[in-house]
Design a protein around this ligand. Structure first.
Ligand code: ADP
Ligand code: MG
Ligand code: MG
Length: 537
């Protein structure tokens, strides 16, 4: 009765307060980090690899240190670093700011007399740069100059970076990144949801204040239901993806009872909840378009890595505290190397494409069909071939999916929405939007979305969750956790758990170090000699 209500209130209060943590206050309390001294930096260097893209572009700390190296290097390197920075301003800016960024690029980098002239360019690229003007300044030309700049950096600057103190500092961060993770690394807060093998709760990294969601998989339960291989697959796919529109993995570790996946915290509820439980049924069109743009970008990211999601539905799309959405629950996702297909039946009734239902071979096409169903559901609060709460056999849904016409009876369907749904719901894969040529992002439905800005996280969400509301069921609704006792774990299981528990995931972890200020605080000495590096104070 009242006590249960009180438990829930206490749990919610602690959880909400943790999210409002004052990062500056935490910074003052924290001891500044002393990075480990490297005993065998050559071995680590080999493990880290030699790829420019990974070391200098994809990994956030690597990117920062490479940039610092360039700025402290010769004028050509400085110009290249500053140019890339200004170029990204121009790409993401709009209106006046974009015009300003363009004028600044022209004035700073394109005049042979300028101190920042891109003098490393050769041949056609050099000509292009010298003759840039108001009229011929466009994305195609700028792409060419950017590629030429990257090619320059990949050469001598990169090989000098690898010999510099900046790279030694990077290796120290990599060593620190390998630290063992356990329960003590986090504070734990309330349960947010429940899955097939355990619960998902909110956690906070103690020394950075960063909030995450932790999906716990009961080891014995996994073994009993033979879910071990699937759990590992889900983890391996999660750690590969790096997108603003997919729930990314930050840590994978285990304790005596559970495997833990620590992921982006999505505290704004799932889209199914927003369609059916809040206010009038369905979501307003401005939000439908915005979410669909983010979902589409997330799906394209998965497909670019030959991953089929197979569980696209509003219930699996979660909102974060700002109102941006991400795809979650990659438990059904599979990686299909080029040219390979599957015919396994997988998905949720009502969202499965005809080719799955007919048990034919398929690739990524099934996600676009399911997206069509999901857009329909966001607008009409029902599925194209199944009414809300309709009691109907799966066979009948299959029959309707294969034979019936999709009807748009709800008054909120406008012409572009009907058109994009109809194109996603083409039964023939070769006619379906997203499958053969044709980019879904160029459809009229998205006419108000600037995908450049969306992908950079710069497009403000049309709706924001309230910061004092917990968009999850009350805690007492999750209490039923039946533990499994009749299963023994053996050496083979332990070996598997070890394979799973790889600790921090590079990109996400490095971003956490930067966002929380740990990176800057550990870097308060200027890099002049290696002996200074070991003891930042
Ligand atoms: P399962 O694969 O076992 O179904 P899910 O990944 O779907 O597990 O997670 C179960 C539930 O936990 C979800 O329905 C959702 O309510 C909640 N949840 C999952 N991931 C997150 C997250 N990143 N942030 C917040 N809540 C989450
Ligand atoms: Mg789920
Ligand atoms: Mg799952």
């Amino acid at each position: 009765g009242d006590l249960v209500g009180l438990d829930n209130l206490v749990a919610n209060t602690a959880y909400l307060r943790a999210q409002q943590i004052d990062r500056d206050a935490l910074r003052k309390q924290r001891h500044s980090l002393t990075l480990p001294k490297l005993k065998k930096s050559s071995a680590l260097q080999a493990a880290v690899g030699q790829k420019y893209e990974s070391l200098c572009e994809q990994q956030p700390i690597g990117r920062k240190l490479f940039q610092q190296f360039l700025l402290s290097s010769d004028p050509q390197c400085q110009a290249a670093a500053e140019f890339l920075e200004e170029l990204s301003h121009w790409i993401f800016a709009e209106d006046e700011a974009r015009e300003k960024a363009k004028q600044s690029i022209l004035a700073t980098f394109c005049h042979p007399e300028s101190r920042r002239f891109l003098s490393y360019l050769t041949g056609e690229d050099a000509e292009r740069c010298k003759h840039l003007s108001d009229e011929n300044f466009n994305e195609v030309v700028m792409d060419q100059i950017r590629e030429a700049t990257r090619n320059f950096l990949r050469g001598k600057p990169f090989s000098e970076y690898l010999k510099s103190p900046f790279f030694y500092r990077f290796l120290q961060w990599k060593e620190y990144e390998k630290q063992k993770i356990n329960d003590k690394y986090f504070y734990e807060f309330r349960t947010l949801g429940k899955g097939g093998f355990g619960e998902v709760c909110a956690v906070q990294v103690k020394h950075t204040g960063q909030m995450y969601a932790c999906k716990k998989l009961d080891k014995r339960c996994l073994k009993k239901k033979s879910g071990e291989r699937l759990a590992l697959l889900e983890k391996q796919i999660l750690e590969k993806v790096n997108s603003l529109f997919i729930v990314n993995l930050a840590y994978a570790y285990d304790n005596t009872t559970h495997l833990c996946l620590v992921m982006d915290l999505m505290n704004g509820g799932d889209l199914r909840f927003h369609i059916y439980k809040l206010g009038e049924r369905g979501i307003c069109m401005e939000r439908v378009v915005y979410y669909t743009a983010q979902i589409t970008t997330g799906i394209l990211h998965l497909h670019s890595m030959d991953i089929v999601y197979r569980d696209m539905k509003p219930e699996n799309v979660l909102l974060d505290g700002k109102g941006q959405c991400r795809l979650s629950d990659l438990g059904l996702a599979v990686e299909l190397p080029k040219g390979k297909m599957v015919c396994q039946k997988a998905g949720t009734t009502g969202y499965m494409a005809p080719e799955i239902l007919r048990q034919e071979y398929y690739r990524t096409s099934v996600d676009w069909w399911a997206l069509g169903c999901s857009i329909y559901e966001m607008v009409a609060a029902r599925l194209p071939f199944k009414d809300f709460r309709e009691k109907v056999q799966n066979d009948e849904v299959t029959r309707r999916t294969l034979e019936d016409e999709c009807k748009f009876e709800h008054k909120r369907f406008d012409a572009p929405t009907k058109d994009i749904i109809s194109r996603f719901l083409k039964r023939k894969v070769e006619h379906r939007l997203g499958c053969r040529g044709g980019d879904p992002r160029s459809h009229m439905f998205f006419k108000n979305i600037n995908f450049h800005r969306l992908e950079a996280g710069l497009l403000d969400p049309p709706w924001m969750p309230k910061s004092n509301v917990v968009y999850a069921k009350d805690t007492d609704e999750f209490t039923d956790t039946s533990e499994v006792h009749d299963v023994e774990l053996n050496a083979k299981d332990e070996k598997f758990f070890k394979e799973f528990s790889t600790g921090a995931v590079s990109i996400r972890w490095q971003q956490e170090m930067i966002d929380s200020g740990v990176f800057d605080d550990a870097f308060i000495v200027s890099i002049t000699s290696l002996s200074h590096l070991d003891r930042p104070k």
